[in-house]
Write a protein that binds this ligand. Structure first.
Ligand SMILES: [Mg+2]
Length: 368
């Protein structure tokens, strides 16, 4: 291959066709940072880092500063083809603490370059053998169940619950519309132990079949999650509690969860995600891969991980669907699945998401 000679960033902004509401925030637009790596052969690889103040603490400005600072120092002049595929993940993790979204964007861009060089899709490069993965659709906590949204292609719904006491009644009504169909709920850390316990009790008493309850309690409260599992036997998904293999080990030690939701912006990229998946599977936990409010570019990388570590699970990869116009014939969302990018690297996704006239901030190798 060839050395990386340029690291560039630009902002991606896409309006959502429907506002997305959780216990923590209301989102009407996806704004993220695209990273572009250019090698000496003129090839370009892309990745995406999402702003997630309330979970990862990253902002657009912090991602840009991190990418153009310490991460560019690692990448410029480096030839990824000289190293094992996981080397970028290790080198980027050695350059900064945290900043998982910035690292993931850079690692994805490196893997995009490697995959293009090998003439294979990104998902194939990292080991996926399926052409698509199933995903749920996440519906808003306020404004009524699926109001104004045609999410009928999706076979599985995840309902955001939390701050509104009426959420429990709403989930009971949803469950009665489709008796016996398991419901996923995600409280995004909104409850304390007793509130969560009361909510789960009310849902079960209302006849709701709970597939799982995701992150009902604050990220730090592993003991509380373990207590909920003991009280109700309802599967618990850990999302905000698990950023790293170290977080995962603590959760396993305390028997705090049944499933881990892996996100590239938390763990720092595909290879870090593979490490978490390996350990979680070894500990008997289930796997789900999710994403932040990213465009198709970032979700394509998450889907590549999902298809590699748990091809049969129903993942949590609907984020980009909210910003793709209905009827878009190039959409990767088909029949409740995310269809993996079949082009070399993630060329299809990057060509759809990154405007040709984007203004890039560039740091070149000569500036070192
Ligand atoms: Mg979640």
């Amino acid at each position: 291959m060839a050395r990386i000679v340029e690291v560039s960033t630009t902002r991606l902004a896409r309006r959502l066709h429907t506002p997305f509401v959780t216990a923590l925030r209301r989102t009407t637009e996806v704004v993220s940072v695209a990273v572009r790596l250019t090698d000496a052969a003129g090839r370009t690889g892309f990745g995406e880092g999402p702003q997630v103040w309330r979970v990862t603490g990253e902002s657009l400005e912090s991602i840009e500063a991190c990418v153009m600072g310490p991460l560019a120092e690692v990448l410029l002049g480096w030839d990824p083809a000289d190293e094992p595929q996981s080397a970028a993940s290790v080198a980027l993790a050695g350059a900064v603490v945290g900043n998982g979204g910035a690292r993931a964007a850079c690692e994805t861009a490196v893997l995009d370059l490697l995959a293009q060089g090998a003439g294979v899709p990104l998902a194939g490069l990292v080991g996926a053998t399926t052409a698509s993965v199933r995903t749920d659709v996440t519906l808003a906590a306020q404004g009524g169940f699926g109001a104004g949204v045609d999410a009928s292609q999706f076979g599985q719904v995840k309902v955001k619950v939390g701050l509104d006491p009426a959420d429990v009644d709403r989930v009971v009504r949803i469950a009665r519309e489709a008796p016996g169909v398991p419901v996923r709920i995600d409280a995004n850390q909104a409850w304390d132990l007793e509130t969560a316990s009361a909510a789960i009790g009310a849902l079960l008493a209302g006849g709701v079949v709970l597939e799982f309850v995701e992150q009902p309690l604050p990220a730090w409260d592993l003991a509380g999650h373990a207590e909920l599992r003991r009280r109700w036997g309802t599967p618990i998904v850990l999302d905000e509690s698990v950023f790293s293999v170290h977080d995962l080990r603590r959760a396993v030690d305390l028997q705090a969860g049944d499933v881990v939701n892996i996100k590239l912006a938390k763990c720092g990229g595909i290879h870090a995600g593979l490490d978490i998946a390996r350990e979680a599977t070894g500990a008997g936990l289930g796997l789900m891969v999710g994403s932040m409010m990213e465009s198709e570019l970032g979700v394509s990388a998450a889907a590549a991980l999902a298809a590699t570590v748990s091809p049969d699970a129903v993942h949590d990869l609907d984020a980009a669907w909210w910003s793709i116009p209905m009827g878009d014939s190039g959409s990767p969302y088909r029949h409740g699945c995310f269809v993996l990018d079949a082009s070399p690297g993630s060329t299809h996704a990057s060509s759809r998401v990154v405007p040709v006239d984007a203004h890039w901030t560039v740091r070149a190798v000569a500036q070192r």
